[in-house]
Design a protein around this ligand. Structure first.
Ligand code: NAI
Ligand code: MG
Length: 499
C-alpha cells in the first residue's frame, strides 16, 4: 500500500529546483572544479537535487570571507546582533512546515518528530542566544598581592569558527553551533554533512535575507575529505566545532595542531539505560522506547544499552517488545508514519550488518533481526526496528555505536553490577536511570561516568540546559550559558596606576 504523503509546499519545491551553489559572502559560486553531490530522498532513493561539492580552494575562499566579516560583525552593537538572532528564531518558527519538509526529504525523519523537536528547538535557541549577545562581560579584579593596578578581563570572540556537522539533526546541529558562536561575536564557515546539506543552505540563505552581513556565515557543502579536512587543517581558522563519529574527531584533533586551533568535539556514545524494579515500569518502557528508537535510532544520546533488574526483566521486555512491534515504517511525510528510513543506503547497509552480527553472535531478536522486505518500502533506506535480548558485553552490537533502530536488553541483580555495566564503555555521553527510590538516585548518579543522567525521563533537551560528554564522547558543552565559553577567549589587562 503506497503511503499517503502530504504534498510539498511550493517554497520547498522551488528550493529544490534552484541552483545550490556554495554560500561565500553574498555569492553562490559553484565548486571550483564544478563538482556536485547528489542528494537523495531516503524514503524512495530518488534523486532530489544536487549541491556543489567544495574543494580546498573553495574552503580558502569561505575562510577569507569569514575573516573579512569579523570586524563587520563586531562593529554592530551587541543589541543589533541580538536583534538579528532573535529575528532568525522568529523566521524559522514561521517557516516550521517548510523546514520540517526539507528535513524529511533530506534525512528521512518523520515530520511529526521534527515538528516537535528539530524545528522548534532550533527557533528557540536562536532567541535564547540573542539574549546572551548583550550579556557577554569581563570582570574587574583585585590582585592578591595588592599594588596600584587596575586589572580587568575582556571576553573576546575566538575569531573564525569552522562548524562540521552530521546528518542526524541537520538543522538543529547547525543551530547548536551558530547560536552561541554568533552571539559571542565569531564568524563562521559551516560544513553540513554531505548526506543532508539542504536545511543548512536554506537557513543561511534566510540569514542573508533577514540582513545578517554577508560573510558572517558561509556554507561549504561537500564531503569529509574534500571540504571537512581542509577546513579542520586551515591555518586561518581559529576553532573547529564538530559533531560526529569518534574516528573523525580524532582526525580533526590531528588536523588542528598546525595552529593549535580550539576544538569542541561531540563524539557520540553508547549510552546505558538502567531500569530498577522499584521504577514505574510502564513509564520506563515508554521512556526507553524513545531513548532507543527516536529519530530511527540515529541519536548520539541513544540509550540503547539497556539493563533491567531481574525481577522486572520479563515485564519490561514484553512491554518494550510490544511497542517496537507496533512501529509503523513509512515515508516521513505521511502523518501516520512513526519511523522513517535511515539517512542513506550506506547507513542502511551498516545497520543491517550490525543487526546480522548480533544474530550471528547469539543475541536473541525479540522483534526484528532481519531486513525490510515489504515491496512498498523496497526503494527506501528502511531498517527493521529490532530489539535484542541475551546480549553479552563482547558482542559488536554492545560495543559499537549502532546509530539505527536497535535496542539491546541485558539483566542485573545488584546496584553495583548495574553501575559497572553502565560504565563498561569508553564513551560517556548520556545515561538513563529509572527508579522511584530517591536515596538510590543520589547514590547512583555520581557513580555514572556520563555528561548527562536522565532520571525517570530520557532525551530531555532545553536551550538553557548544558549538554555534552565525558570520556571518549568528547568535550565542550552545547546549549545553555556554558556553550558560550568555548567560543570566547579571556584577555587579561593590567594597568599600572602608579604613574
Ligand atoms: P562522520 O563523523 O564521518 O561525519 C560527520 C561530519 O564530519 C560530516 O560533515 C563529514 O563530512 C565530516 N567529515 C568526515 N570526515 C572528515 C574529515 N576527515 N575531516 C573533517 N570532517 C570530516 O560520520 P559518518 O561517516 O557520516 O557516520 C558514521 C557513523 O558515525 C554513524 O553510523 C554513527 O555511528 C557515527 N555518527 C555519530 C554522530 C553523533 O552525533 N555522535 C553523528 C554522525 C555519525
Ligand atoms: Mg565518515
Amino acid at each position: 500500500m503506497p503511503t499517503a504523503t502530504v504534498a510539498l509546499l511550493p517554497e520547498v519545491a522551488r528550493f529544490l529546483d534552484t541552483d545550490h551553489g556554495l554560500i561565500i559572502g553574498a555569492d553562490r559560486p559553484p565548486a571550483s572544479d564544478g563538482g556536485l553531490i547528489d542528494v537523495f530522498d531516503p524514503a524512495n532513493g530518488r534523486l532530489l537535487t544536487r549541491v556543489a561539492s567544495a574543494t580546498a580552494s573553495d574552503v580558502d575562499a569561505a575562510v577569507a570571507a569569514a575573516r573579512a566579516a569579523l570586524p563587520v560583525w563586531n562593529a554592530l552593537s551587541p543589541a543589533d546582533r541580538a536583534d538579528l538572532l532573535w529575528r532568525l528564531g522568529d523566521e524559522i518558527a514561521k517557516r516550521a512546515e517548510e523546514f520540517g519538509q526539507l528535513e524529511t526529504l533530506d534525512n528521512g525523519k518523520p515530520t511529526s518528530e521534527s515538528g516537535v523537536l528539530d524545528v522548534p528547538l532550533c527557533a528557540s535557541l536562536f532567541k535564547y542566544y540573542a539574549g546572551w549577545a548583550t550579556k557577554i562581560e569581563g570582570e574587574s579584579m583585585t590582585p592578591s598581592g595588592g599594588g596600584a593596578f587596575h586589572v580587568f578581563t575582556r571576553r573576546e570572540p575566538v575569531g573564525v569558527v569552522g562548524a562540521i556537522i552530521p546528518w542526524n539533526f541537520p538543522l538543529l546541529m547547525a543551530g547548536y553551533k551558530l547560536g552561541p558562536a554568533l552571539a559571542a561575536g565569531n564568524t563562521m564557515v559551516l560544513k553540513p554533512a554531505e548526506q543532508t546539506p539542504l536545511s543548512a543552505l536554506r537557513l543561511v540563505e534566510l540569514m542573508l535575507e533577514i540582513g545578517f552581513p554577508p560573510g558572517v556565515v558561509n556554507v561549504v557543502t561537500g564531503d569529509g575529505p574534500g571540504a571537512g579536512a581542509p577546513l579542520a587543517a586551515h591555518l586561518d581558522v581559529d576553532k573547529i566545532t564538530f559533531t560526529g563519529e569518534n574516528a573523525t574527531g580524532q582526525k580533526i584533533l590531528e588536523a588542528s595542531k598546525g595552529n593549535m586551533k580550539r576544538l569542541s568535539l561531540e563524539l557520540g556514545g553508547k549510552s546505558p539505560s538502567l531500569i530498577f524494579a522499584d521504577a514505574d515500569i510502564d513509564k520506563a518502557i515508554a521512556g526507553t522506547f524513545g531513548a532507543i528508537y527516536f529519530n530511527q535510532g540515529q541519536c548520539c544520546i541513544a540509550g540503547a544499552r539497556v539493563f533491567v533488574e531481574r525481577t522486572a526483566y520479563d515485564r519490561f521486555v514484553d512491554g518494550l517488545g510490544a511497542k517496537v512491534a507496533g512501529i509503523r515504517l513509512g515515508n516521513g511525510l505521511d502523518p501516520e508514519t512513526t519511523m522513517g528510513p535511515v539517512v542513506s543506503a550506506e547507513q542502511q547497509a551498516r545497520v543491517d550488518g550490525l543487526i546480522a552480527s548480533g544474530v550471528a553472535a547469539g543475541a536473541r531478536a525479540v522483534v526484528g533481526g532481519g531486513t525490510v522486505s515489504a515491496p512498498e518500502l523496497a526503494d527506501g533506506y528502511f531498517v527493521q526496528p529490532t530489539l535484542f535480548t541475551d546480549v553479552a558485553a563482547d558482542m559488536e552490537i554492545m560495543r559499537r555505536e549502532i546509530f539505527g533502530p536497535v535496542g539491546m536488553v541485558g539483566v542485573f541483580d545488584t546496584e553495583d553490577e548495574a553501575i559497572e555495566l553502565a560504565n563498561a564503555t569508553p564513551f560517556g555521553l548520556a545515561s538513563g536511570l529509572w527508579t522511584s527510590d530517591v536515596t538510590r538516585t543520589h547514590r547512583v548518579v555520581p557513580q555514572i561516568h556520563a555528561g548527562v543522567v536522565w532520571v525517570n525521563t530520557y532525551g530531555m533537551f532545553d536551550v538553557a540546559i548544558p549538554y555534552g560528554g565525558f570520556k571518549a564522547s568528547g568535550y565542550g558543552k552545547e546549549l545553555g550559558r556554558e556553550a558560550l565559553d568555548p567560543y570566547l577567549q579571556t584577555k587579561t589587562v593590567w594597568i599600572d596606576l602608579g604613574g
